[in-house]
Design a binder for this molecule. Structure first.
Ligand SMILES: [Zn+2]
Length: 284
């Protein structure tokens, strides 16, 4: 375990980029072999738009990374955070850290982006994709990348996680996100078993169904237990799945980089089965 910890301390941002690019390449290729949906799309063109947003996410994280290091060093110096309440063996320290980092920096901020209108305007970019595949995982508007970064900082403050644990979490989180967005078909029984603990591909696809209440379900990123615990877990058959979001189904509105970057600033559209009331709309 100590050796693992030392190795993790040596994960550089270059190593992480290699893990991410390798994961993306692996799932992208797997999509040709065992596709879930038979998409008729220009796979490379679709990937181009999503990889642009993956790069902007990477840039936001790299530019602000010093804040994570600073924050983590600070909490470490004072042994401040939930991970120091008990003296935990290393395996429990790692597992507890991953669980809480996943809850705060992924589940909670994702949930809030669905509930707070001005945040939803940014998160919309992720949901407009009508061809959900491995490249959709990081299709995040730069504004959303900042929200997520702020909640990662918050998670470090709450847990007291050292930098190596945050790096481990971020690498696992990116791989799991590629896995559960990938357009791959697993044996339903295997997918079900995975979904008892981790977010499986079939579980996350329900979150990308174009209408409520499915859009507001299955928010989890690594651990499916958060949705099971907070009552946001839902299932939907593959035959009923339609990807996208009801307010923006026109391809001209969600297949270009410029249009997507401007999406949060366009006039707000009430979804047909609105979650935000009329009074809310008038303030806009
Ligand atoms: Zn979402």
């Amino acid at each position: 375990m100590e050796e693992l910890q030392r190795n993790l301390e040596n994960i550089s941002s270059l190593h992480r980029s290699i893990i991410l690019a390798g994961g993306l390449f692996f799932f992208y290729m797997l999509e040709y072999i065992i596709p879930y949906m038979a998409f008729r799309y220009l796979k490379v063109k679709h990937a181009g738009v999503n990889i642009f947003f993956t790069i902007t996410t990477g840039v936001v994280n790299m530019v602000l990374a010093f804040l994570i290091v600073w924050c983590s060093d600070l909490v470490q110096a004072y042994k401040f955070g939930l991970l120091y309440v008990f003296s935990l063996p290393l395996w429990a320290f790692i597992l507890g850290g991953l669980l809480i980092l996943d809850l705060v920096s992924a589940w909670l901020i994702h949930f809030l982006q669905h509930k707070i209108k001005w945040m939803w305007r940014f998160h919309l970019v992720h949901h407009t994709d009508t061809y959900v595949d491995a490249t959709t995982a990081n299709r995040h508007h730069p504004g959303e990348s900042i929200f997520r970064f702020v909640f990662t900082l918050l998670a470090v403050l709450i847990t007291g996680a050292p930098v190596w644990l945050v790096l481990l979490y971020q690498s696992l989180s990116a791989l799991l996100s590629q896995f559960n967005h990938a357009n791959i078909s697993l044996n339903p029984a295997v997918d079900n078993i995975i979904s008892l603990v981790l977010v499986s591909p079939n579980m996350h696809k329900v979150h990308h169904h174009y209408v409520q209440p499915y859009t507001d379900s299955n928010y989890a990123n690594i651990f499916s237990i958060w949705d099971r615990l907070f009552g946001t877990y839902r299932r939907l058959n593959k035959e009923q799945l339609v990807y996208g979001i009801d307010t923006h189904m026109d391809p001209r509105e969600h297949s270009g980089i410029k249009t997507l970057l401007a999406l949060p600033f366009q006039e707000y559209r009430i979804p047909p089965g609105s979650k935000f009331d009329e009074a809310d709309q008038e303030q806009d």
